[in-house]
Write a protein that binds this ligand. Sequence first.
Ligand code: GRG
Ligand code: ZN
Length: 324
Amino acid sequence: MGEELEAEKHVNYILSVEKKKNDFESVVMEHIRINGAYWGLTTLDLLGKIGAVDSKDVVSWVLECQHESGGFGGNIGHDPHILYTLSAVQILALFDKINVIDIDKVSNYIVGLQNEDGSFSGDMWGEVDTRFSYIAICSLALLHRLDKINVEKAVKYVVSCKNLDGGFGCTPGAESHAGQIFCCVAALAITGSLHQIDKDLLGWWLCERQDKSGGLNGRPEKLPDVCYSWWVLSSLIMIDRVHWIDKEKLVKYILDCQVAFESSEPLPDKEKGGISDRPNDAVDVFHTYFGVAGLSLLEYPGLKAIDPAYALPVVVVNRIFFGR
Ligand code: GRG
Ligand code: ZN
């Protein structure tokens, strides 16, 4: 709990998770280590501390996660999936090292996952989800290869997942969920298709996610959770409706999810930083990232700005698209 962001403690927490490869959280994370690395490294960058990690080590490890198909696995020797491929591209973007990969090979892997109806499968096994549409569009845009897919069909598929409440689901007819809404809104933002959204209707659904605690939930009747500070807030920003929520109350909610430093009990090392899903829960890298990224979207002082569609620091996105 706290009045202010405990930035230094969160940096130490992220660095300690990275070092302790055998504790519970790391073992649970083993198969999605590349996603964890993206969350941790982006958090460090937003806090101005990415220099604390050895970029050479990280980049060579990312390259080792690449499969001969061009896609990336969650760790060395694991099967490739589009979920891990985006994290790999994002990590390389953070370090300005996208050029170390064979861009066409990675792009071709993603292009090969587009289906006839414009949707995307996550890997060779074929599961379809609007998460994968976002990931394909975001990755290819970062690689300057968006022209390799059928963008018109990709957009059409995303729009076909729009519901009467203004939100979006994972497939046509599936229930609206804030996580899927982020994916669909960001995919439409990147492809210049935001006119496909009824902004007032969706904005209303999204701002109703804030409850009296100040926190945001992901669907009606559900509990608030720090990660929705990202999924909901980024979507509201992309459709210009962020002023429809109480920003100050949300800042306070996120700060209340930092670990309770004032405890009279001696705290184990890893509890000395990090952010949890809701007050007094256990911290993890995922919620630490979404808490800090949410505060960045809320223009909390001392944090770098994050881009709501690409989920990377604005300076990184500008370097990729404007060369500066
Ligand atoms: C680069 C930020 C970024 C994302 C990559 C993987 C991905 C693209 C997006 C995932 C979007 C998504 C579906 C997020 C939701 C995650 C989540 C908290 C799911 C929990 O859902 P429930 O139904 O929990 O278990 P609730 O909160 O509804 O009780
Ligand atoms: Zn969560």
